[in-house]
Design a protein around this ligand. Structure first.
Ligand SMILES: [Zn+2]
Ligand SMILES: [Zn+2]
Length: 298
């Protein structure tokens, strides 16, 4: 198997593209996919200052690395969720990466914001804390992102296609409307972009490994058994049989999205903090109230 670009021995065959590449040209392929997503969806320009949400996982690390390599102006944002060992390890990775490439990293501690971390929140929530944790991350990343031209997150093709699959499976049309690789700025909502949407988990991991980038391999200890993992497995089975299924499924949706136009719920500023919400008081402020009462905080 030879690299299609240079004819040297290939180290990977990307079956969805029927493309064999050597290490060097694979790295270039990944960068071109990111650039393509940025241009296609008009995400950001070289003048923009981008806040990159960094978790220490491979996706956000690769995202930050590629954006930096492509010459974008970036600052990292790490939210320490207070999940002891896991959060501290993740933070070290983010800091190590920032130091290595001389990039600026902002760190915020959930304990400073709410007085407690995710383990305490898990104790007072029914079931898995993942949806609450997701809401907290969206809220605080958004808040940090308001000072920047855009917030970039590491959502990849596997994330986006499995969420899409779940939303279609249950016909949650109201979620389809907002599922997009780019969300424009709207009052207190920062502009959000997902430059890794054209890349799979596998491609991203390979990029990180080829370049020896540091990342935290284990996923959050609270997330085992989440439903989206099933959807992911199903899509991977389909992909195995029919290479290119994921990218066609996702891009087909994005290109035909107009057919899914549903009446969007009107967003109004939260009465406490101004964050746009469909309720009077946003979920974050309601959680904050609950935590104060449950843990006797002032
Ligand atoms: Zn090559
Ligand atoms: Zn609020």
């Amino acid at each position: 198997m030879k690299c299609r670009i240079c004819g040297k021995e290939a180290f990977v065959k990307l079956r969805s593209y029927n493309l064999a590449l050597c290490e060097e040209h694979f790295v270039e392929f990944v960068r071109r996919r990111v650039e393509k997503a940025i241009k296609k969806f008009k995400m950001v320009s070289k003048e923009d200052h981008i806040l990159v949400a960094v978790s220490g996982g491979k996706d956000s690390i690769v995202l930050w690395h590629v954006l930096n390599e492509l010459g974008y102006r970036t600052t990292g944002y790490f939210l320490n969720l207070g999940i002891d060992e896991f959060s501290n390890k993740s933070q070290k990775i983010a800091e190590e990466f920032a130091n290595r490439f001389s990039l600026e990293l902002k760190v915020e501690y959930l304990r400073d914001v709410l007085g407690v971390g995710i383990p305490e929140i898990a104790r007072i929530s029914k079931g898995k804390p993942c949806s609450t944790c997701g809401m907290i991350k969206r809220y605080l990343i958004n808040r940090a992102g308001l000072d920047y031209d855009a917030v970039a997150t590491g959502h990849n093709l596997d994330d986006e296609s499995s969420v899409l699959f779940g939303n279609i499976l249950h016909w949650q049309v109201e979620y389809l409307e907002r599922q997009s690789p780019i969300l424009p700025r709207d009052r207190t909502l920062a502009k959000k972009v997902k430059p890794l949407v054209l890349l799979t988990n596998h491609e991203i991991k390979l990029y990180a490994d080829v370049l020896g980038l540091p990342y935290i391999p284990d996923s959050c200890p609270f997330s085992t058994g989440a439903t989206t993992h099933y959807y992911r497995d199903i899509l991977n089975t389909l992909e195995e049989r029919m290479p290119g299924t994921k990218i066609r499924f996702y891009m087909g949706f994005i290109e035909n999205k107009k057919g899914f136009k549903v009446k969007e719920k009107e967003l109004k500023p939260c009465e406490r903090c101004g964050y746009l919400t469909t309720a009077g008081i946003c979920s974050f402020c309601r959680l904050r109230e609950r935590i104060k009462i449950q843990f006797n905080l002032r």
